[in-house]
Design a binder for this molecule. Structure first.
Ligand code: ADP
Length: 650
């Protein structure tokens, strides 16, 4: 090959930065490079198998799907070869020259923030930069790869210093060789001899035993020794110099008896499919027997991915049919709100070559989805009951996704509702379920009370809470923006209505007490009617009704909405969106027993035109807004009025 065809490239800046960090990090477990490369090889074999289903010409007859590890002690290299799908020249540039992920920015930020080697290692997994781990043990890496369906191969070479070269190459068959020019062994710095037979066998056994393709060792055979003396036998009594041996057991983990699989085995498998280095929070093996047989091995990660709430974030389970991968990321096996779950599903009822479109309509897929969803929700309910500590961890990471489920999964709505946790006035430290709340309700209480707001603090100090608190009724504090959407979809739980204490009318106590309170309020309402009218006129731009309140104690006024209207938080949220949202006029409620109201009323009775009355009304409105954490319409005016008031009173 003439050198004129060698072209040099610069890595994308992020890639260089990452490489640098990886090579120079205090990273201790260098041996995982092999797991990463084998994992890539296994994926490449899966992909070839999958593509060949629709394009049988891609794969030569008698094609062997396998991975080979070929050490060369003299040259001090290790070659990892696979007979998988390979890469075209463009794919090489895309996949190996760039970190072709939308999360690059995020990755860079997170790398800078990652404090420990462990955190860094997790990042490598999460962002799919496994290939570069080869540079932790290599001075130079060469990739020779030939894409299935193509005649020519391409050679990629780099010392990990920021540049790489590409040139056309030959390769007898499709697949990929990764040739590592190994760094000198330096056990003190964590660099072992990765061309060593035992070392390789150990690492494969440790991390890659369950890879579904044979991982063959092809290198110097073990020297035969005299059993008695332990001395090496002479060359003529030795076997062939090069030995080929399968290193892994290959049995797909989900087909094995649960009792035979260790936690470590599950974890290894999880790393392989999820690209996540932190132990999963929960492993869920499921098996359906009967007319249809499915097996599933699902994992709940212990951390939410950074893009869980980004539109179009990746999701999906690996779908196998009778142990053969049909699809790498099948999104139709679980509802979208459970997108954080990783794992595999193996079904014996699926045709192998099925298109994505057909898959969506496939009856079996629909059934599997139903079955899996139920299984997952049941498993979560069990965790909630039996292992609340783990459940709380789950909730902190994925609670928001579960809340999505309430509106998205009508069939399982009740199950999901039971899984939700909320902050509550009952206990500042502990979250509560709706069920526990219901158990604490007062005998005469018929509704589950809640209040939404910007934060726990804002809610706790909200005027709306006063009377309820005085009566010692528990209130759920909903401070997560998605709660606003949640309550749009939840009207009741186990026959008990959910009720916002900032909406509609509030009535507390026994029937008798309610009646009495209502009558009293009505009477006062009449007495104050001319004042209320004046307030209405003054604030007509902002409020649609002014009435007396029975929810206040120490506050003179508050704002409420009708039962069906948006809370101010949701209103703000909607207004931020495209095209803005509606601007609502709300209801101003005035505390008839507050000294300010009483004095205002006196002044109003004496002189209906008194300027102080008008100013006070304006101030009351602004104060009600501030108390609930909303913005006031005219801060300058508010300032002036407050100063004037102070001048008058001081
Ligand atoms: P990840 O495997 O997490 O996607 P890597 O950096 O390990 O990230 O690999 C990047 C991409 O390079 C892979 O997604 C794959 O498309 C391609 N690739 C890596 N190794 C191989 C291989 N042996 N055969 C074919 N493609 C490969």
């Amino acid at each position: 090959m003439s050198t004129a065809t060698v072209e040099s490239y610069q890595f994308q800046a992020e890639t260089t930065q990452l490489l640098h960090l990886m090579i120079h990090s205090l990273y201790t477990e260098r041996e995982i490079f092999l797991r990463e490369l084998i994992s890539n090889a296994s994926d490449a074999l899966d992909r070839l198998r999958f593509e060949s289903l629709t394009n049988s010409e891609l794969v030569p007859q008698d094609h062997k799907y396998e991975i080979r590890l070929k050490p060369d002690q003299k040259a001090h290299t290790l070659t990892i070869s696979d007979t998988g799908i390979g890469m075209s020249r463009d794919e090489l540039i895309q996949n190996i020259g760039t970190i072709a992920r939308s999360g690059t920015q995020e990755l860079r930020k997170r790398i800078q923030e990652s404090s420990s080697a462990q955190a860094f290692a997790e990042l490598i997994g999460q962002f799919g930069v496994g290939f570069y781990s080869a540079f932790m043990v290599s001075e130079k890496v060469i990739v020779i790869t030939r894409r299935a369906g193509e005649q020519m191969a391409t050679k990629w070479e780099s010392t990990g210093d920021g540049t790489y070269t590409l040139e056309p190459a030959e390769r007898a068959a499709i697949g990929t060789d990764i040739i590592l020019h190994l760094k000198k062994a330096d056990p003190e710095n964590g660099i072992e001899d990765y061309a060593d037979r035992w070392k390789l066998a150990t690492i494969v056994h440790r991390y890659s035993d369950l890879i579904a393709y044979p991982i063959m060792y092809e290198g110097p055979s073990e020297k035969k020794v005299n059993q008695m003396t332990g001395e090496e036998l002479p060359p003529d009594q030795q076997g062939p110099e090069i030995e080929t041996k399968v290193l892994n057991s290959m049995k797909p983990i989900w087909t094995r008896k649960q009792s035979e699989v260790t936690k470590e085995d599950y974890f290894e498998f999880y790393k392989h499919i999820a690209h996540d280095w932190t132990e999963p929070l929960k492993t869920l093996p499921f098996k359906a027997e009967g007319v249809h047989e499915y097996e599933a091995l699902l994992f709940i990660p212990s951390h939410a991915p950074y893009d869980l709430f980004y539109h179009g974030s990746e999701a999906g389970l690996r779908l196998y049919s009778k142990r053969v991968m049909v699809m790498e990321k099948c999104e139709d096996l679980l509802p979208r709100y459970l997108r954080f779950i990783k794992g595999v599903v193996d079904s014996s009822d699926l045709p192998l070559n099925i298109s994505r479109q057909r898959l969506q309509q496939d009856r079996h897929i629909g059934q599997i989805k139903k079955w899996l969803t139920r299984k997952v929700l049941d498993a979560l309910a069990e965790m909630q009951e039996k292992d609340p500590e783990t459940y709380l961890k789950f909730w902190k990471e994925f609670g928001r996704a579960m809340k999505e489920g309430v509106s998205a999964d009508y069939e399982n709505k009740d199950k999901i509702l039971s899984l939700l946790l909320f902050e509550s006035s009952n206990d500042p430290e502990k979250l509560t379920t709706l069920k526990d709340y219901a158990g604490r309700m007062k005998p005469e209480q018929s509704e589950i009370l809640y209040l939404t707001g910007e934060s726990r603090k804002v809610i706790e100090n909200s005027p709306h809470l006063e009377a309820v608190r005085k009566k010692d009724y528990e209130v759920l504090y909903m401070s997560d923006p998605v709660d606003e959407l949640l309550v749009q979809h939840v009207f009741e739980y186990e026959g008990k209505k959910l009720k916002s204490i900032a909406k509609g009318n509030i009535q507390l106590g026994t029937e008798e007490e309610k009646k009495q309170a209502e009558e009293e309020l009505k009477k006062k309402q009449e007495e104050y009617s001319s004042l209320l009218e004046t307030v209405q006129k003054k604030l007509d731009e902002y409020v649609k009704q002014v009435r007396l309140s029975n929810r206040l104690v120490s506050f003179p006024a508050c704002l409420v909405t009708e039962e069906h209207e948006y809370s101010p938080q949701l209103e703000r949220l909607l207004q931020k969106g495209k095209g803005g949202g509606p601007k609502q006029r709300r209801i101003l409620e005035i505390n008839p027993n507050h000294p300010i109201t009483l004095r205002l009323y006196d002044r109003f009775q004496t002189n209906k035109e008194d300027a102080t009355v008008g100013d006070s009304i304006e101030l009351l409105y602004s104060l009600a807004l501030l108390a609930e954490g909303s913005e006031i319409p005219d801060p300058v005016r508010f300032n002036q009025l407050t100063l004037q008031m102070m001048e008058r009173t001081l």
